[in-house]
Structures are given as C-alpha cells and as structure tokens.
Design a protein. Structure first.
Length: 95
C-alpha cells in the first residue's frame, strides 16, 4: 500500500527561515521522498550563507519544516492583480 505525502516544498522553491534571517534566502536543491509506508520526505536547501540544510518536508508530520519557520518566497506577478495583456493594434492606419 503506497502512502501519499503532502509535500510543502518542491525542487527550485525559494525559501527563508523566520528565526534565522542571517541564513539569507535559500533554494531547494534536492527532494527525497520515500515510497515506503512510514518513510520520510526530506528537502535539501542551500542558503545564502553557503550552507546546506536538510529539512523534513511532509505537512502531515509535526516535524515539517513549515512548523519550524521555513517559508516559501512568492515571486513574480500576482495572478489576482495582474494586468490584462495588451494587444498591439496591428492594423495600419491610412492618412
């Protein structure tokens, strides 16, 4: 029987730690998810201070990195407030 994990972080996600601002911004560089029942889910993060740190990544676990202060950094335009794309007027105007 395969057990589904609720993963918090994915490869490439940018993160910070609420209690350790001195670490700087980090990037998830490795994801390890066990397929065995009761297995663990880990992520490896490289932070701005140059150190790699490994965290538990299963939201169903009390030891998940989310509950210890690791937060995703949202990037790019917000979907809710993005402007509608403007279409260029391709018709030629005659004078």
């Amino acid at each position: 029987m395969e057990m589904a994990h609720r993963l918090y972080l994915r490869l490439g996600d940018r993160v910070t730690h609420q209690s350790h601002e001195e670490w700087g911004e980090g990037t998830v560089v490795e994801e390890m998810t066990s397929i065995l029942e009761g297995g663990t889910c880990l992520v490896r993060v490289v932070f701005g201070d140059g150190r790699q740190r490994t965290f538990q990544n299963d939201l169903d676990s009390e030891q998940c990195c989310y509950f210890f202060g690791v937060r995703k950094q949202l990037r790019g335009p917000s979907i809710m407030f993005a402007d509608e794309p403007q279409r260029a007027d391709r018709r030629r105007r005659l004078r």
